[in-house]
Design a protein around this ligand. Structure first.
Ligand code: ATP
Ligand code: MG
Length: 171
């Protein structure tokens, strides 16, 4: 099905606003596209993906830090990223965090709670769209998770953008 990824990103931020505020973490939406960007995919499952990634970004970032959702349009694809300046993941753990129940440093993450399923779901859903979830991270610096989705057909985009003002359109 086709859905508006731009609105979804905004909804995720709205949903997690309170959580972030409690930790004094600012959550930004960094976008390089017009509102109403239509992609093809399973809206309900991808909402869960975005929620898991963005919750993690807030959860594994110290007070006063930041998290951001990045949305870009590249050729016929949407690039979707979730970045933070949190604790990061070392390379020895990076290839395992997508495993079910895998959590880095039990003692540290124990007090944060969680089951270790969030990223397993992310991988499962994105795999189901024939895409890969990528991870770039530096311990102590932060983490970026990203993947792409195919854009909906051109006609859909036009339909969708009718009547919307392209406030951030580049000239
Ligand atoms: P759950 O999501 O099931 O509540 P969880 O957050 O521990 O629990 P995952 O979301 O699968 O589980 O993440 C697995 C592990 O990867 C986490 O325990 C954490 O150690 C690490 N991790 C995930 N996201 C980040 C991030 N943005 N920064 C640093 N570490 C992360
Ligand atoms: Mg999680």
């Amino acid at each position: 099905e086709n859905f508006d990824i731009y609105s979804m990103c905004q909804e995720i931020i709205d949903e997690l606003e309170d959580k972030a505020q409690k930790k004094n973490i600012s959550v930004e939406f960094s976008k390089d596209t017009n509102p109403g960007l239509m992609v093809y995919g399973d809206q309900r499952r991808l909402y869960q993906v975005m929620l898991n990634l963005t919750s993690n970004a807030i959860k594994y970032t110290e007070e006063g830090g930041w998290a951001k959702i990045i949305l870009k349009q590249k050729d016929q694809e949407a690039f979707i990223g979730v970045q933070d300046n949190g604790v990061g993941i070392s390379s020895e753990h990076a290839h395992r965090v997508f495993e079910r129940f895998y959590r880095v440093e039990k003692s540290r993450t124990k007090k944060k709670g969680g089951t270790g399923l969030g990223l397993a779901i992310v991988k499962h859903v994105v795999d189901g769209h024939n895409r890969k979830v990528h991870l770039e991270s530096k311990p102590g610096k932060g983490t970026l998770f990203y993947f792409t989705l195919p854009l909906a057909k051109h006609s859909e985009q036009l339909q969708r953008n009718k009547g919307k003002k392209a406030s951030n359109e580049k000239v």
